[in-house]
Design a protein around this ligand. Structure first.
Ligand code: F6R
Length: 614
């Protein structure tokens, strides 16, 4: 959702805030703002609608002096995207300024109470309610800022990561978190704040990930202090971050998304490193060693996730059922958490999340935990909330994903699911040793085969303009390729704004076939596997209705070109790993179509990289 940056020290704060905001722009970009205590002691707040560049343009002729400040890039929840609703928000006296990521659920009640006491509001946001409440408490009860923050946070229901500055005390930033991420960077006589570590790593690798319900008291000249809302001092857990700058810069590519698509072979090697042995015939996950009993004891696996991670989960289901013979259900976390699902202590619940911060997935974990299930996390963002909420898990280790549309995280998730299924299948002896060895070997070949698949880039770039006219597209696949059809359609929707649906190829004739005409591009994943002949029949059904077919086929295929308008040829692999290869051309298709349409590929409208609100 929104991105938070902060700094206090002896450096000029404005460039640090702006650089940090640009790093975090993937989290939200409908407006941005900064608040800084100037050299002359004023609290200056500047805000602009749109991206961070609009903010810097707005600030061109403003006083941006000072060495303490906070900044925010917004993804609107309460109140339309506008400069008025952008953060930071002042308190009535303009003594305080606040930034906030999350949602205050009882803001309307608090607002009404404050309005009844004469407090006037300038925005439609839930965030302004927080800062007004804090100021009201400070004045009414004659409390210092820290105490007022504690009292105010007791009264609010919801999720937050916040940072507040007070112009009367320019040596302090108060920050707090509940269910939204917040990281404090510790430098020499200076401190940094970020929603993740990316705005901090240029300056220090020492960070503290704030825990839920904790407040950071950041004072110049003093040690960082972390307390609970009740005021109890907490142990300071300083971690060293291990992200290099190259990982979060574009490295010569036009967009992060294209860079991240091309990085996938290397990312998957990193994902498998240390888990698959050098001979390439055995896979071990540390979670499998530490929690063998709990994982092998699973009578059922329940996967909870959202969006692309949910699609990876659908592939996981087939892996667990086919290879391990463990029943598996895949649930949208947002539905699971509000149903009354049957969960038992014999269940292993796998939570999949790139960001590790998705609010619905976190809530689903909480619910499953309360009912006694063992929780396994599959995440990318190190130190994020989900890995901390789970019993154990496996990081996908694909490096920071900046493009809003998920690419390398998806293939990383499928790779971890494949490794986990192979570990379980070997231990449960549900596949033969031969097949196990063959599958592990094949998994190690996937990065090379992905390199080959990436060679389709030029062909796809040439094909893309043909599809820019389309209003609707259909993606078809069967078996392991059905979730990939869903994922291909989601990628296209997200970044090109073309409506697209993914369907199991045979299901098409039960409804969507009515939509098919010569205006409707149909993308079919028709790689050689058990269902190949059946998919050919499905392609013919489309062709018979004048549909225009682009088929993803396995090298050496001679049949499908007779029925398809375009074919994209991919290297052969085992059926269960086909989605890892075939995801490449689908990602490239979405990317090039969106570029042809002139869309903002890395930051599509209305989306955010990390969905920390439900
Ligand atoms: C799509 C995409 C989203 C996320 C979803 C869950 O490209 O990225 O659908 O997959 O918002 O996010 P995570 O994986 O961070 O829980």
């Amino acid at each position: 959702m929104c991105g938070i940056v902060g700094y206090i020290g002896s450096k000029k704060v404005y460039p640090i805030l702006i650089k940090g905001l640009k790093r975090l722009e993937y989290r939200g970009y409908d407006s941005a703002g900064v608040a800084m205590i100037s050299d002359s002691g004023d609290l200056n707040v500047y805000k602009a609608k749109g991206k961070v560049d609009n903010l810097t343009e707005y600030c061109n002729d403003k006083d941006v002096s000072g060495c303490v400040g906070i900044a925010h890039t917004r993804w609107a929840t309460h109140g339309e995207p506008s400069a008025r609703n952008a953060h930071p928000h002042y308190s009535s006296t303009h003594n305080l300024a606040i930034i906030h990521n999350g949602i205050i659920e009882n803001y309307a009640d608090i607002k009404t109470q404050l309005q009844a006491k004469g407090v006037e509001f300038k925005s439609d946001t839930d965030t302004e309610v927080l800062v007004q409440l804090m100021e009201y408490i400070m004045v009414k009860k004659n409390l210092a800022l820290l105490e007022a923050v504690q009292v105010a946070l007791h009264q609010v229901i919801g999720a937050y990561a916040i940072a507040i500055i007070d112009k009367r005390d320019p040596r302090q930033i108060i920050a707090a978190r509940k269910q939204s991420p917040l990281v404090v960077g510790i430098g020499t006589d200076e401190f940094f704040l970020g929603s993740d570590a990316s705005p901090i790593i240029d300056y220090t690798d020492k960070v503290v990930y704030l825990e839920d319900g904790n407040i950071a008291v950041i004072r110049l000249g003093e040690e960082l202090k972390v307390i609970s809302i009740l005021g109890e001092e907490q142990e300071l857990k300083v971690k060293t971050v291990d992200i290099n700058l190259g990982q979060i810069e574009k490295g010569g590519y036009e967009h992060f998304m294209l860079k991240e698509i091309f990085e996938q072979p290397e990312c998957l090697m990193n994902c498998m490193r240390g888990r698959i042995n050098v001979e390439g015939n055995h896979v071990t996950l540390s979670a499998m060693i530490d929690y063998r009993q709990q994982l092998l004891g699973a009578k059922r696996i329940v996967i909870v996730a959202c969006g692309t991670s949910w699609h990876a989960g659908l592939i996981g289901k087939q892996l667990f059922e086919n290879l391990c013979r463990i029943p598996c259900e895949v649930e949208y976390a947002s539905e699971f958490r509000y149903r009354n699902p049957v969960v038992t202590k014999d269940d292993v619940v796998i939570a999949i999340s790139q960001s590790g911060e998705t609010a619905d997935t976190l809530a689903a974990i909480q619910l499953a935990k309360e009912q006694g299930a063992f929780i396994f996390g599959i995440c990318n963002a190190i130190g994020s909330s989900i890995p901390r909420a789970t019993d154990t898990g496996t990081y996908i280790h694909v490096g920071p994903e900046i493009g809003v549309a998920s690419t390398k995280a998806f293939t990383g998730q499928v790779t971890v699911l494949s490794m986990l299924a192979l570990c379980l299948a070997a231990e449960r002896k549900t596949i033969s040793e031969d097949l196990y060895g063959q599958m592990v070997k094949e998994l190690t070949q996937i990065p090379d085969k992905m390199e080959q698949a990436l060679k389709t880039n030029e062909q796809i770039e040439h094909l893309a303009p043909i599809f820019t006219y389309a209003k609707n597209c259909l993606y078809l696949g069967r078996g392991y390729n059905f979730p990939l059809a869903l994922e291909g359609a989601l990628k296209l929707k997200e970044i090109s704004y073309i409506h697209a649906e993914g369907y199991p190829a045979a299901e098409m004739k039960h409804g969507p076939i009515a939509l098919i005409d010569s205006e409707m591009p149909v993308f079919v994943i028709a790689t050689r596997d058990r269902l190949y002949e059946k998919v050919i029949s499905n392609i013919q059904e489309v062709r018979a209705r004048g549909g225009r077919v682009t088929a993803l086929v396995t090298e050496g295929d001679t049949q499908i070109q007779k029925f398809a308008d375009h074919i994209i040829t991919l290297p052969d692999t085992l059926e269960c790993f086909q989605p890892l290869i075939a995801s490449i051309p689908l990602q490239l298709l979405a990317y090039h179509i969106a570029v042809c349409k002139g869309k903002d590929v890395d930051r599509p409208r209305n989306l955010a990289k990390s969905v920390t609100v439900e």
